[in-house]
Each structure stands twice: as structure tokens, then as C-alpha cells.
Design a protein around this ligand. Sequence first.
Ligand code: ASP
Length: 307
Amino acid sequence: MNRAIAPALIIHGGAGVRGPAEERPARQRAMLEAADRARSVLVSGGSALDAVCAATVTMEDSPLFNAGYGSALNSDGEVEMDASLMVLPFACDSNRLDGAGATTIGAGAVAGVRRIRNPILAARAVMTETPHVLIIGAAAERLASRCGLALCRPEELITDRARARWKTYMGRTPEHGTVGAVALDTNGQLAAATSTGGITGKMAGRVGDSAIVGAGTYADRIGAASATGFGEAIMKTTLCREVVRMLSRTAPSRAAAMGIKMLEVMAGGEAGIIVVDRRGRIGYAHNAQAMDIATFTPAEGLRHYHL
Ligand code: ASP
């Protein structure tokens, strides 16, 4: 491990209504497993990008979270998923439309995808394999397939749990379970990733903050953040960018709390956010009933919190 920079990681499993108590131990195990996969990447000198993808894929594969397998269903009872990631510094020639050389900012996103098992890997493919940032629907699925990612029938992503929740929660408070991860690696790279099935009962075709760089996901030289909660409020306040910008003058825990307060005042609604700054300091805040997070730092090891 590079001694100059200590790695740091924080992941979330969504903010929203408090889930059933009997699911809590399994969710805690799943979050610790996701954080542990990212931890292994970071302590072996791997990149923050690989770490946030490892954690996000693990949660997308779990039926307990509203992302990938187990995604919330829209008003038509179908899965439509959004995901995005951002990384900095990042060297990639294909990320420039004008071909004028490499950029140091990487960003990729997909929206409204229905047949991709791991939407976060499709967002990564948008970043690395195209000059664009956001690709939607069938075109994103074709790109994922060309990049060798696993596709499936949309029904294969629907769990009994998601179907039951769709019947119960339609039109009510956002369900717990969007996933996100932010990390700092030993080389100083910062990355953020977010993946979701969106809000249960959302209008078909609705795209939320989790696909929008600056709103649900953001990283720059001073920090990285991932949000969860009521996507429309998060987009209207570009929550993640606002909070990362605050890091130039305040600590992550305070920036996270100020960001949630700002969202509440300006747009109303529930949200949660996780943040890491370039010094490896971690912050989080939410104003929902509950939010699950897990963290890793070399000093404190792996931890899980049910907030
Ligand atoms: N932010 C997500 C969306 O609005 C939902 C969530 O985080 O629960 O699509």
C-alpha cells in the first residue's frame, strides 16, 4: 500500500422508509460483503474506480437492494434502471468528442435500461468505450452486449419482493435500496458510482438523479459523492456537486449535512448522501427514516451503520 495516501471507502444501500427488521441482518451482511470487495481492491493498490464498481456490482447482484436484480418496478410493473459513475483523475482518449487529447475527468451513465444485469458496468463502458457520457435504453443495452456484459430478459431482474413492494408502496415514499459507493485510492484517484431501479411506481420513461452526473453522482479533485432518495429534488439541487464543492471549505460530515438541509429547504423531500474528500475523510447524512452505510479506512477497518 502506498504510504502517502491512505485509501477510504463509503457505500450506501439507499435512504427511505425503514425496511422490515427481519431483513436487517441480511442487508448488513450484504453491505459488509460489498464493502469488503472494494476494500480488497483498495488495499492491494487497485483503483478507486475498480473499488466502487466492485461494491456496486455486489449490491446490484443482491435481491435486497433496489438496483440490478431486485430493482423497484415502474407504474407498468416493469424494471427500468439508471446508473452513473465519475472518476478523477482519469486518462482516456476516447472520452473526447473533438479528439483533442486525453481528459482527466471520466464520467459515464445509462438510463432506462431493462436487460442489463449490472448497469454500473454499462455506465463504465459508456465512459471507456464511447466519447459520450449518457446513453439510454436499447442503445445502452447494445453497447453493453458489444462490451461482453451479461444481458437478460427484463423479467429475470424482478424479484417476488419487488413485486410485493410494488403492490404495497405504489405512489408512496421512496423505497429503501438504491446503491452507491465512493472511494479514494492510494494513488489519489477519487471515484463515485450510483445504481438504482428508481422510485417504485415511477412513470414509465422517468429518469432519476442516479443517471445524472452532478445530481446523483459526482467526483472532482476535492472529493466524490453519491446520493439516494427523491431523485427530482436531488436533480433540482444538483446535490452531489453542491456537496463536493463545499469540501473546499468544510469537512465531509458537515458538507453532507449542509447539502441535505439545502435540499430540504430548496426542493423538499427525502435524500441521503455519502462523501469522501481527497484527504480520505468520510461524511454522510440523510433526512429519511433510515439509511444503511458501510465504511472502510485502514485505521478503523470495515464498519456498518444502520442510520
Ligand atoms: N434516487 C433514486 C431515484 O430517484 C431513488 C432512491 O435513491 O431511492 O431514482
